[in-house]
Design a protein around this ligand. Structure first.
Ligand SMILES: Nc1ncnc2c1ncn2[C@@H]1O[C@H](COP(=O)(O)OP(=O)(O)OP(=O)(O)O)[C@@H](O)[C@H]1O
Length: 703
């Protein structure tokens, strides 16, 4: 039969284009067993032969199968568009005017409906995918009887483009287009199915599907015109419900107006474990691997997962085959979704899992083929790796993922990278002060709350830390410092960077002022290193507003740290029913989510409440005004404190009291002393008896 010459040619092409050779079988290798030459001389010959062999003329009961009907009735008796007479239409003038407008609209969309008439379905070339490599007419277009509306859908799984349009607003509702069809009762005799011929049995054998499997599954053949096509009868309780046909070009169609059910439905009756595959060939392949408890969907896969809520059962037209056998599925406690590994196949798995219940679904990960390419489906695995490998693949199916429910296994890549320290900054970044590094290091994605009585030097210390982090790790920052005027903030940062006073003023003592060149260089550094988040009107910024802009700064400028200074300058309006504690809790949750999600460290400055009988000791983190959540929710809690009593010690010493460190890898509780340089605003480490230690860089300013 010509069927086989053609097939073998395609198969050889396939082998030539593949790096991997399938498992050798006698039938695969014995091309010479056929009497006629298997190779066509050119691509033109091939196309010619395709036309000869597979130009099927549809009869009234043979209709191309729509792979994605989405509930619209779809059927064309003709492969080409043909004009339809509009004679006898009482509203002819109006309708023909609408029809003209409709055609123009379709033309604008690239749909060539020139020869199409109302009340008909057509198969056209899809302007979205151009019918793929085979340039098939995959777009199903329907024009309403009045010529006022059209809807279309491309049934290629990889495209799935669909839409509708009306000639004028308020025309016939598209809802009325789809009429529920009465299901046709099929009789064995009318299908004239025949046992498979030797050539088709050999064709299946090349796919490692045995004659026994074909017989048990009732796979037959049918002659259409002078072509042989494969017939897959769909049965329920042994009764014929539908029949699907496949030609050598993998074109499918099925008996029109018949009920859609799973292929092989009787095989899953009463089964506690079932497998669902995407095609009849895969169902047969599963049987070769020892799994009879398998069914195939009748319709292939959707292009993508629907973004809509699940429709009620009776309106879920595309998945009726699932609902009409829900009793079979109810019995099953484990459903293995072994759909194709491509995007539509995974979309199908998701759609099935949504309906069956993800909690009892497993999914199959097809083995690797070469490089990053995996095998596509069950039949491919059977052909290339054999029945045992297919069996093993199914047995190793993994739990279907459920949003929000994880296992450590799902994070092994990340945990491995953490262990091997390839993530970066696993121990945090040095603060630039050796005595503080033992207590506090800066970890991306954490939240540090900084507190201290007014004028203790919180802002100065944070600015200095940012300068160090920029110098050590080239980090960039977003600053939401509401108490600072921009020019003053620039002055403070530049002094720390250049290590010289901004002005020749009293505070600069005898240290030389930064030069114009240094100042200009410094301005470039300021622009490269910091993004400013500032509310330009009188309104106070809300935390959502700040985080929204910080997110943009992360994405646009790659900032790694955000400073919000201070808490009380944010807009804290809250619903009357919400307590301040609840409000602070929610706000800190938002900040932490932002930090974790963007790997951005956040320093959040909060003042302590007014302390009664304060005698100059450092405040406690629980003293932070507003809520205990500040200490409960932060990753790190730091109190900045400085001596105000000349009798008690040097006035320019600052205590960095690390009061909370959640991540023991990054630090621990304790105090570190730094020396503040009033001239340049720099801090340097102090250990034992005020001995200054090495800072992040050699200092040039006077202390
Ligand atoms: N150790 C110190 N010795 C002397 N002066 C200091 C010291 N630390 C900070 N200062 C000075 O105190 C002033 C306030 O500093 P800073 O703005 O950092 O304090 P703050 O704790 O953020 O204050 P507030 O809570 O009012 O915002 C600045 O003029 C700064 O130069």
């Amino acid at each position: 039969m010509r069927f086989l010459y053609h097939h073998r040619f395609l198969y050889r092409l396939h082998l030539l284009s593949s790096n991997i050779r399938p498992m050798s079988t006698r039938s695969l290798l014995h091309f010479t067993a056929f009497s006629k030459p298997a190779i066509f001389s050119s691509q033109r010959d091939l196309l010619h032969s395709q036309r000869l062999l597979f130009c099927l003329k549809s009869s009234s009961s043979f209709r191309p199968l729509s792979l994605s009907t989405n509930g619209y009735s779809y059927i064309s008796d003709s492969d080409t568009a043909r004009p339809v007479s509009m004679e006898g239409n009482p509203k002819e003038d109006m309708s023909s005017e609408h029809f003209k407008i409709l055609k123009l609209k379709l033309q604008e969309l690239g749909i060539d409906a020139d020869l199409c008439g109302p009340g008909q379905y057509y198969r056209l070339l899809c302007p979205n995918c151009n019918g793929g490599d085979s340039e098939e007419r995959s777009l199903s277009l329907f024009i309403t009887q009045d010529g006022g509306a059209a809807l279309w859908m491309c049934f290629r799984g990889k495209c799935g483009w669909k839409g509708s349009t009306k000639a004028v607003a308020g025309g016939l509702s598209l809802k009325h287009i789809s009429k529920p069809k009465k299901k046709r009762e099929l009789f064995e005799s009318e299908l004239m199915l025949e046992p498979l011929c030797d050539e088709l049995i050999a064709y299946f054998a090349e796919r490692l599907i045995s004659k026994e499997t074909l017989l048990r599954n009732g796979v037959k053949q049918r002659i259409v015109s002078d072509q042989i096509v494969i017939a897959f009868p769909y049965r329920r309780q042994g009764d014929l419900v539908s029949c699907k046909y496949r030609d050598i070009n993998k074109k499918f169609w099925q008996e029109a107006d018949t009920e859609k059910i799973f292929y092989g439905l009787d095989d899953i009756e009463g089964q506690s474990e079932i497998i669902i595959v995407e095609g009849e060939m895969d169902k047969l392949a599963m049987e070769e691997a020892g799994f009879r408890n398998c069914v195939s969907v009748p319709d292939g896969a959707p292009a993508k997962v629907s973004s809509k809520e699940l429709p009620p059962e009776e309106k879920d037209m595309k998945y009726q085959y699932l609902w009409n056998c829900k009793d079979y599925l109810k019995v099953a406690s484990r459903v293995i979704l072994a759909t194709d590994g491509d995007v539509p196949g995974q979309a199908l798995a998701e759609e099935l899992a949504r309906r069956i219940g993800k909690e009892k679904c497993w999914r199959v990960k097809w083995p690797q083929k070469s490089g990053s390419v995996d095998f596509k489906d069950a039949n491919e695995v059977l052909m290339y790796l054999g029945a045992d490998a297919l069996k093993e693949t199914i047995e190793n199916a993994e739990l279907y993922p459920i949003r929000g429910l994880f296992n450590f296994r799902d994070f092994f890549d990340e945990i491995d990278a953490y262990y091997h320290r390839t993530l970066g900054y696993e121990f945090g970044i040095s603060t630039g002060w050796s005595n503080l590094d033992d207590l506090y290091r800066v970890v991306p994605g954490e939240l540090t709350i900084v507190t201290g009585v007014p004028n203790s030097g919180k802002s100065e210390w944070i600015d200095s830390l940012l300068c160090n982090l920029n110098q050590i790790a080239n980090w960039k920052f977003a600053l939401c410092s509401m108490e600072n005027r921009v020019r003053e903030h620039a002055r403070k940062l530049l002094e720390k960077r250049i290590k010289k006073p901004f002005f020749n003023a009293r505070y600069g003592e005898s240290v030389e002022r930064m030069s114009v060149e240094e100042f200009e260089q410094g301005k470039i550094w300021l622009s490269d290193t910091f993004q400013l988040i500032r509310c330009e009107d009188d309104a106070l910024p809300s935390i959502n507003w700040v985080l929204g802009l910080a997110k943009i700064a992360v994405l646009r400028h790659g900032v790694r740290g955000l400073v919000i200074d201070p808490y009380n300058e944010l807009d804290h309006q809250r619903p009357p029913s919400m307590t301040e504690t609840e409000y602070v809790s929610q706000m800190l949750t938002k900040i932490k989510r932002f930090a974790q999600h963007h790997g951005c460290h956040v320093w959040f400055v909060a003042h302590p409440r007014q302390l009664q009988n304060w005698v100059g000791e450092p405040p406690n983190l629980y003293d932070i005004s507003g809520s205990a959540h500040f200490i409960n929710k932060c990753d790190n809690g730091i109190v900045i404190h400085r001596n105000r009593d000349p009798e008690a010690g040097p006035m320019d010493q600052v205590q960095v009291c690390v009061r909370k460190v959640r991540n023991k890898v990054a630090g621990t509780i304790g105090d570190a002393t730094l020396m503040y340089n009033r001239v340049t605003g720099e801090f340097t480490p102090v250990v034992e008896k005020n001995t200054p230690l090495r800072g992040p860089k050699k200092r040039s300013g006077k202390r």
